[in-house]
Ligand binder design. Structure first.
Ligand code: SF4
Ligand code: SF4
Length: 267
């Protein structure tokens, strides 16, 4: 199976699957000309990491993720490659959330319904691969996936870094060439795909350290050393109480220079 075949099926799914559309009058929150019908995701970036890349082992270090982080072949024996994608939010959702403070209604739907789409997309890739007689596993759909002390045993952002899709930011988002306002997904497979070249060496190479995300953060969770996950999670928890089952925030990914592009390239 070629990566191009997977990319074509993924793109078709994004363009045609009804889960990528929200139809709700609540959507008309930012402008009287807004439509109640909203697309959540634009076409994704897709990259491939080798399952034996030396970076995976480094994620077990306590100051990166920790020893509970599982390697690709611990999830799927015989793992050869990891397919990773970055789904960018549509312009409508990004622009709506540029307001200060309160989370835009569009973002709340994009975050919740968007992740339901993302679950379906991971499963689509698993099914596509298994139809060819190979094995595939999406860690986030696996019963062994856990989050302990705010750190999960598989990080799709870290997988995206290995797969050449982008680098981390001050707010600990992933900055890709389509920006940071989006979400990742990943599937481990037991056949070889050519790894995508990483065009960066530093973990935060695409971040300009401009500090705009820190100024936007309503919880003051970001400073020049990075993001305090505990403070951020407390804020998100309050959002859940307000908007359950939806929640959101991501002021650090919208209305900032890295929202939809790489703001700068440092050497
Ligand atoms: S807003 Fe500036 S400092 Fe924050 S992540 Fe984006 S580029 Fe980095
Ligand atoms: S998601 Fe919101 S609370 Fe968390 S770091 Fe970003 S701006 Fe701050």
């Amino acid at each position: 199976m070629l990566l191009q075949d997977i990319q074509e099926k993924v793109n078709e799914f994004v363009l045609t699957n009804p889960k990528n559309i929200v139809e709700n009058p609540e959507m008309i929150s930012t402008s009287p000309t807004s439509s109640a019908r909203m697309q959540i995701w634009d076409l994704p970036l897709i990259g491939v990491a080798s399952a034996t890349d030396a970076l995976w082992e480094t994620f077990k270090q306590p100051d990166i993720i920790g020893p509970h982080h599982m390697l690709p072949n611990e999830w799927l024996p015989g793992a050869k490659s990891v397919i990773v994608y970055f789904l960018p939010y549509t312009q409508r959702i990004r622009e709506a959330n540029r307001i200060k403070g309160v989370t835009a209604t569009e973002w709340l739907y994009g975050r919740w319904e968007g992740e339901l789409f993302n679950v379906a997309l991971r499963q689509l890739i698993v099914d596509l691969v298994e139809k060819t007689g190979h094995h595939a596993l999406a860690p986030l759909l696996d019963e062994r996936f856990v989050v302990a002390d705010l750190r999960s045993n598989w990080s799709e952002r870290h997988a995206a870094f290995v797969a050449g899709l982008g680098t981390f930011s001050l707010s600990r988002s992933l900055i890709t060439r389509l920006g940071s306002a989006g979400r990742c997904g990943s599937v481990i497979v037991d056949f070889h795909l050519e790894p995508t070249q990483r065009t960066y060496t530093k973990f935060d190479e695409y971040c300009s350290s401009c500090g705009a995300c820190a100024k936007r953060c309503p919880a003051q969770a970001i400073d020049k050393t990075g993001k305090d996950n505990g403070i951020c999670m407390l804020y998100i928890q309050k959002e859940k109480e307000l908007y359950t089952p939806r929640y959101g925030c991501a002021k650090c990914q919208t209305g900032v220079p890295c929202e939809n592009k790489i703001p700068v390239r440092r050497g």
